[in-house]
Design a protein around this ligand. Structure first.
Ligand SMILES: Cc1ncc(COP(=O)(O)O)c(C=O)c1O
Length: 381
């Protein structure tokens, strides 16, 4: 176990062992992965990723063209969120983008973070890593930031950064950035929008909710190509309003020909950048809109089915996340997993979470509701 072989083993044998493990792993195309925010990436993105993966995007002198691709990709992500000429970078995922966003805020003097419990765990992780001060803001019965409570807190505490979500992890609720932005202005609060999941959905179904950069105090956003962008893991997106706000993410690197690197990491694969650029070009606005509408429709289908079967849904489920509350969360999860339906936990309340990703089909959703009913019946015996 975990012992370095004295002499290397035949590579066929290496592959054989890995293939046999891989065959046992649940995968998106054959199995019921209905609770994760991962999906089967588009074949074009997989191909482009492998074409570019060996180039170091953080070798900015050698691969300046990769940085150009990255800026184009980020600008396109920004456009979806209502931004003209946004800058930023492709990260390894939403967690790195959120960490980098709060780091930027701190470097610009904002050390207080207004945050609701509905925000993704990575933001609490970032607050801890960066030693920022969290000011908890309440959320309403739809799991959206409560504007009155935010106003009260920001009048009391003053300048800071508010974290809003476009599609919360636990219930798919969408914070009302327009209203929050008006309040934030009064207290010198800037806003970071975590649109890791919802960024590829909400702007396509409701521009007023989704085009968050239209509000001047929104300084940055997270939007993940490796979720609904159909790009392979790892690919997150940090979209920043302008170069001035982004500038603290340039770090000195004394040995590199360009003398600097971008972001928290050192070596970064150009694969994620090229694959993101490729998918944005290939899908275009219409392609992502079609996908968003079809996910939205399936989400509505599930919400109706859950409700008509005697269960409840909490939150808004505007982004394709459906949280079905149950006090027997672990038992229900175990039961559904035993039926090959890999649901997750809502996190914010006791309940099971379904995420309608592009590989999820109507039959999966019908099976989830059917098995939930069977679970309740077996429990009642
Ligand atoms: C809203 C939101 N933000 C951030 C993240 C973190 O993304 P990642 O897992 O890519 O780091 C997630 C992951 O589920 C998320 O749902």
């Amino acid at each position: 176990m975990g012992k370095l072989p004295r002499q290397g083993i035949d590579w066929h044998e290496v592959l054989h062992r890995l293939m046999s493990i891989m065959r046992r792993l649940p995968n998106h195309l054959e199995h019921g992965i209905v609770g994760s925010m991962t999906t089967f990436p588009h074949p074009l993105a997989q191909f482009v990723y492998s074409m570019y993966q060996l180039f170091n995007a953080n070798d900015v002198a050698l691969y300046s063209e990769v940085r150009n691709l990255e800026l184009e990709a980020v600008e396109m992500l920004g456009e979806i969120l209502g931004c003209e000429n946004c800058v930023g970078m492709i990260t390894t995922g939403g967690s790195e983008a959120n960490l980098a966003a709060l780091y930027l805020a701190r470097e610009h003097g904002y050390t207080k973070v207004y945050i609701a419990r509905t925000a993704h765990d990575s933001l609490f992780k970032a607050i801890r890593l960066l030693k920022l001060e969290a000011i908890e803001v309440k959320y309403d019965s739809y799991f959206r930031i409560d504007p009155d409570d935010f106003e009260k807190k920001c009048v009391e505490n003053g300048a800071g950064i508010l974290v809003a979500s476009l599609g919360t992890t636990g219930t798919g609720s969408v914070d009302r950035v327009a209203e929050l932005s008006n309040i934030a202005k009064k207290c010198s609060v800037v806003i970071h929008v975590d649109a890791a999941l919802g960024g590829f959905v909400i702007p396509f179904i409701d521009a007023k909710l989704g085009e968050v950069f239209k509000f001047q105090n929104v300084v940055s956003a997270t939007m993940d190509p490796h979720k609904l962008g159909l790009v392979p893991i790892p690919a997150g997106g940090l979209v920043v309003r302008d170069e001035q706000w982004f500038s603290p993410l340039y770090f000195e690197s004394r040995y590199m020909p360009a003398r600097y690197q971008i972001g928290i990491l050192g070596t970064r694969s150009a694969g994620s950048i090229a694959a993101t650029w490729a998918m944005l070009m290939y899908m275009g606005w219409d392609g992502y809109r079609r996908q968003a509408l079809s996910l939205f429709e399936l989400t509505r289908f599930l919400v109706e089915k859950v409700k008509s079967s005697g269960f409840d849904v909490v939150g808004e489920a505007l982004a394709p996340v459906v949280c079905i509350p149950t006090e027997r969360e672990s038992k229900a999860l175990e039961y559904l997993w035993s039926k090959g339906l890999y649901v997750y936990r809502c996190g914010i309340v006791q309940g099971i979470r379904v995420v309608i990703m592009p590989h999820v089909r109507r039959e999966h959703l019908e099976a989830v509701v059917r098995e939930l009913r069977n679970f309740v019946n077996t429990e009642a015996l």
